[in-house]
Design a protein around this ligand. Sequence first.
Ligand SMILES: NC(=O)c1ccc[n+]([C@@H]2O[C@H](COP(=O)([O-])OP(=O)(O)OC[C@H]3O[C@@H](n4cnc5c(N)ncnc54)[C@H](O)[C@@H]3O)[C@@H](O)[C@H]2O)c1
Length: 269
Amino acid sequence: MSAHGLYPGVAVVTGAAGNGIGAAIAKAFAAEGCKRIALTDRKSDLLDAVKTAIEATYVGTQVYAVSGDISDADFVQSFIDGVVAKFGRIDYAANCAGVLGTAQRCTETSIEEFDRLNSINYRGVWLCSRAELGVMVNQDPLDGNVPGRAPSRGAIVNIASQLGIVNKAKTGPYSASKAAVISLTRSDAIDYSQDGIRVNCVCPGVIATPMTVWDEESRKRTEPFVQMAPLGRIGRPEEIADAALFLCSAKASFVQGHAMVVDGGYILT
Ligand SMILES: NC(=O)c1ccc[n+]([C@@H]2O[C@H](COP(=O)([O-])OP(=O)(O)OC[C@H]3O[C@@H](n4cnc5c(N)ncnc54)[C@H](O)[C@@H]3O)[C@@H](O)[C@H]2O)c1
């Protein structure tokens, strides 16, 4: 196996600022030997901090970080063009940028709130995966360093949610936006199999990130949802990163169009 282990190629991660799932995936790529990593998020200061932390911890890793809004088609295309100009290709893409909805029933939800959620969670993931696929489809396959597995043109992992699979009270537009991500993942998996590209998604359960728990009050509000899972604890962003990295690697070479639920058993009850 080469010095770059399972990740000899170029990784792209959206929603990579702060202490959430995207940042955990970015750090996991670096920890596993990926040497070329591109990051984006709309929070520029927090994004720069993740870049700095990775470069300081994993010396020799190049991080290309550009802040912007993934619901903006022009930004997404310019970011992906920049990644290709910098690193020449894209082999692994984790589309994590997303927002949580407000806890409201349909008639209480404003049209603006519906559009905000869908423009980021659904349209944003579509824009990113569309631009990433556009690069992957035109590049030479890369050997993923697992004996007996064919070289791959790329692997995409979209971050959906357990709420894309099961429904709970007052989650309508958020749940629907995540179900759309699962459906999009399956369609892209069908359409790009012929090109040697895999497209999967991860459906996290309740994970300790700035989206869910940022103070004592938010921890209390989140606890009933944590207790819905048989494992009875909140998940760690690193536990989602492990699933995403597996799906990006050549070890997942026969996993296609899958919605991998990583939720402590939340959807079982
Ligand atoms: N934390 C959970 O319990 C949980 C559960 C299921 C699914 N998810 C999903 O996981 C993904 C990551 O969430 P997280 O928990 O790490 O939350 P987070 O808030 O820590 O991370 C999301 C990141 O996306 C960025 N972002 C939001 N809108 C953006 C936009 N328009 N353009 C660019 N960046 C944008 C934010 O700035 C943030 O850094 C989301 O898609 C979320 O819906 C999270």
